[in-house]
Design a protein around this ligand. Structure first.
Ligand code: ZN
Length: 426
């Protein structure tokens, strides 16, 4: 049994500013107390003096290996960007490229306080290897696109990934099926994906209603919105994580709420690609679970979840003209526990006894952490994610004093840079 004891920790969600002991047994927070808990005399001790404990952030939508295409093609609209830049470059990707691109992403995520991510890409076995080796938590799906029979091999690959890796690595890996989007999959193909999900008992991760053009085309072709089309096919009965959901109306949202569709809100990616702004306050009013995501780094450029959290809180205040919309505490919950819920991790995202020990200690010895009128507000509106000092996932220390313990950064940088040069012919 591995025991870890964090001492002198302020906890962001605690009602007071006292210092706490956080006792961790194996992968789970066992006790939180102001007194030294019994049975931790021989534990590994982490002194959190001057630091604040925050639940690890959950990135609910990304394409991790796209870090290899970071800054390769910017300032374009979605379809032009995909068809003329991203897809041709992706054609050259090898499985090892994806492994190293994912390693670069995981390093960036851990260093900025993200402990869990939802990924949709290719060579997901290699992505699962990277997740397993580095100790991070993830919900993985193989991106599926298809209009003809030849694409069923990808679906079988995703199904095999589910059978082999779902709930593996001590429960850190979840696997979902990943039909890319209604505009990259035929209805026939989607029906097969849904049938496979039902057969496996797996959930689905899909891009839905990202652009107005996507919704207009879907209505033209199928006579209904993408949400209604997916609902008519029975997708939502499987449990669905919908990335973006920018262009959804009241009827769509009523369906999403009734069918427990969870939303990955990617404000920065949507703004950068000029896709629009998702009606998140209306979704929350409907009771829809909404988490934040970065999307791939080619459409966003970094994986800093605190930026997404801060942007979302401020963006929706402006969209509604109401400064009370998505207050700091709610934004933090959406970046942590709500995101975990969206990915099907029920006991992740809070610093409470019984939760998985996914904890980040941020250094508060910085000008912007003073004065401390409200620590939640400081974290959401003032803090810098790069001040993450110590990171634990599933009870294991993955970063200490700002140093990643299981990732050779120099090697990751060298591999990523060389592979990116080859892919983009630069
Ligand atoms: Zn995406």
């Amino acid at each position: 049994m591995a025991k870890t004891l964090i001492k002198n920790a302020e906890i962001i969600t605690a009602k007071d500013t006292d210092k706490y002991y956080i006792g961790i047994l194996n992968d789970t927070i066992q006790v939180i107390s102001k007194e030294l808990p019994q049975g931790y005399e021989d534990a590994q001790v982490i002194d959190a003096e001057g630091k604040i404990a925050v639940p690890g952030m959950v990135n609910t939508h990304t394409h991790a290996a796209m870090t290899l295409l970071r800054s390769y093609a910017d300032d374009m609209v979605l379809m032009d960007w995909l068809q003329n830049k991203i897809w041709p470059a992706e054609d050259g990707l090898t499985d090892d490229d994806i492994y190293w691109g994912t390693m670069l992403s995981i390093a960036e995520m851990l260093k900025t306080g993200t402990t869990c991510f939802a990924d949709m890409y290719f060579a997901m076995n290699r992505v699962a290897d990277a997740v397993e080796e580095t100790g991070i938590r993830a919900a993985l799906s193989r991106g599926l696109t298809g209009f003809s029979d030849e694409n069923y091999a990808k679906l079988e690959e995703n199904a095999a990934l589910f059978k082999e890796r779902h709930n593996s690595a001590g429960g850190r890996i979840h696997v979902m099926l990943g039909p890319h989007a209604p505009y990259t999959c035929s209805v026939e193909y989607l029906k097969n994906v849904i049938a496979k999900a039902q057969q496996l008992g797996s959930e689905i991760h899909i891009h839905l209603c990202e652009t107005k053009g996507e919704v207009d085309n879907c209505i033209k072709e199928h006579g209904m919105s993408p949400i209604k089309l997916m609902d008519s096919l029975g997708m939502f009965e499987c449990g669905t994580l919908a990335a973006h959901s920018v262009h959804v109306d009241e009827e769509d949202m009523a369906i999403m709420a009734a069918k427990h569709v969870r939303v990955a809100h990617n404000p920065q990616s949507n703004l950068k690609l000029a896709s629009g702004i998702a009606p998140v306050p209306a979704m929350l009013k409907h009771g829809i679970t909404v988490g934040f995501g970065t999307d791939g780094t080619s459409s966003n450029n970094n994986l800093d979840m605190l930026e997404e959290c801060r942007l979302a809180a401020m963006l929706h205040k402006n969209m509604t003209g109401d400064p009370e919309i998505i207050p700091a505490a709610q934004a933090l919950a959406m970046a942590t526990s709500e995101g975990a819920k969206a990915l099907g991790f029920a006991d992740v995202g809070k610093i409470e006894a019984g939760q998985k020990a996914d904890i980040v200690l941020y250094n508060m010895n910085k000008p912007y952490w003073h004065p401390r009128n409200d620590r939640t507000s400081l974290f959401v509106y003032a803090a810098n994610a790069n001040e993450a000092d110590t990171v634990l996932v599933n009870g294991k220390v993955l970063m200490q004093n700002g140093e990643l313990l299981y990732i050779d950064l120099e090697k990751v940088y060298a591999e990523a840079d060389a592979r990116a040069r080859r892919l983009t012919n630069k």
